[in-house]
Design a protein. Sequence first.
Length: 226
Amino acid sequence: MPIPKESLSAIQAAGAAVHAADTALKSAVQAYADHVRQSMSQNPFDLNTDSLFEEWKTVARLSQTLEQIEAELRKVHQAALSLGQGVLPTANVSPRLRAPSRVREPAATNSIPVLEAIEATDVVVKTARKAKQAATKPIAPKDESKVEAKSKKSTPKSALSPNTQKLWDQLKTVLNAKKFTVIKRTKVGLDAGLPTGSVTASFTKLLENAYLVEDASGGLKLTSKK
């Protein structure tokens, strides 16, 4: 069955929008690269330079994601075109089924077999006695201490690594659970005593385990349950 032209146009429009967004992101990646190069030439040991480098990598990854989405939309469009274009068939084109022919019922025969009489016997009911015995059998009480120990054992808490724990202790001094705050993550990690290469991984671990909440602008706040 062919794909309607409206669906093909919608797929093509989605691909064009993704392509435009990818082009804009590529310009942003180039701008970040120029800014990082300039900052490195001026002061390569500045903490803001490290943070700017991390942001540049994030924008580059977003651009790569859009390239993959554009490639997948191109495949979808090609597959839809291979089905052909046209109008969906209407209901009156579908073939009609013939009504089934009337089947004649077989003629009744005069000879009807006579069922033999069955002699009734007494039925002994045994289930009532078993049910009575089950009702009178005492039920052993459950050991509540074992149940409580089992419930506690089924919900283990994930332990943080030493570096992540240091970062978590430092974040509790600069963040709260009431509002989002934009911070220099690299600077906070260095203040906590972490090496530069472990700061991003520790932040990711805290976000994945719901110690932190991040908004669309990159602001962070503590979760009230931690």
